[in-house]
Design a binder for this molecule. Structure first.
Ligand code: DX5
Ligand code: ZN
Length: 228
């Protein structure tokens, strides 16, 4: 497999839908990736959970490395783990193009953002629905992406929290134009347009792709709704 597609080449003004692989068929991971590529997705969203920061366990570096071997798509890695500083290097070496950690897990986020950048990777900061936006203020000048959780991190298939919309709007007016606003959780055909109007451009989608008969139809429909 040749080098991965540069994450810098992804759209930041036009909307993109990033599938969350939490609900994919892990026994056929490569086949799932091919189906998603054929569906037109431009990046993959990988949810790493440690059973401590969130009450659920998913996967870690080996799956990121395995995916890196079978796709050139940029890998957007969402770390839902305690003490994320322990693993930044390993995820970068596994092939992550963007590493997002939670402000609740590392309130003094500055050194982690610097380390991610020194590893040659883009840095994102995530916050849960219950966490005030002000917790990100000191770092807004340093991040490449802000991830507004529209469900409490931990599980796919939860109901969208409306307060994500206010956070997105507020962020959009305060961050540099090139900072990507990503929304994650309960994003589907009923909620995606409002997220787009609030300023989100990257849309993480689990159930509304993996529960559908055609990934391609789902991705196209959601992208269309986010573009209106
Ligand atoms: C939740 C994860 C999400 C999740 C999205 O903690 O970060 O990426 O898989 O799934 P849906 O779209 O089903 O809410
Ligand atoms: Zn996620």
């Amino acid at each position: 497999m040749s080098a991965s597609i540069a994450i810098d080449s992804l759209p930041t003004v036009q909307p993109i839908v990033l599938p969350s692989l939490l609900q994919c068929d892990f026994a056929n991971l490569e086949r799932e990736v091919r189906t998603l590529e054929e569906a037109g997705v431009q990046a993959l969203h990988l949810d790493v959970m440690d059973g401590s920061f969130v009450p659920n366990l998913s996967y870690g570096m080996p799956i990121v490395a395995a995916l890196r071997k079978v796709t050139r798509l940029p890998l957007d890695v969402h770390l839902m783990i305690e003490q994320p500083q322990r693993y930044l290097r390993q995820f970068a070496e596994a092939g992550a193009d963007l590493l997002t950690f939670h402000i609740e897990a590392a309130p003094e986020a500055g050194p982690l953002i610097d380390e991610i950048h020194s590893l040659g990777v883009k840095a994102g900061l995530a916050l849960n629905p219950a966490t005030p936006l002000g917790t990100l203020d000191a770092f807004l000048g340093d991040i490449d992406l802000a991830l507004v959780m529209s469900v409490p991190a931990g599980f796919g298939g939860q109901k969208f929290h409306e307060n994500a919309l206010e956070k997105l709007q507020s962020l959009r007016s305060r961050v540099r134009p090139e900072v990507i606003l990503e929304v994650d959780g309960g994003v589907n055909a009923s909620t995606i347009a409002r997220c787009a109007q609030a300023g989100a451009r990257w849309f993480v989608v689990g159930s509304a792709i993996f529960g559908q008969p055609s990934y391609g139809d789902a991705v196209r429909n959601l992208t269309h709704l986010a573009s209106l």
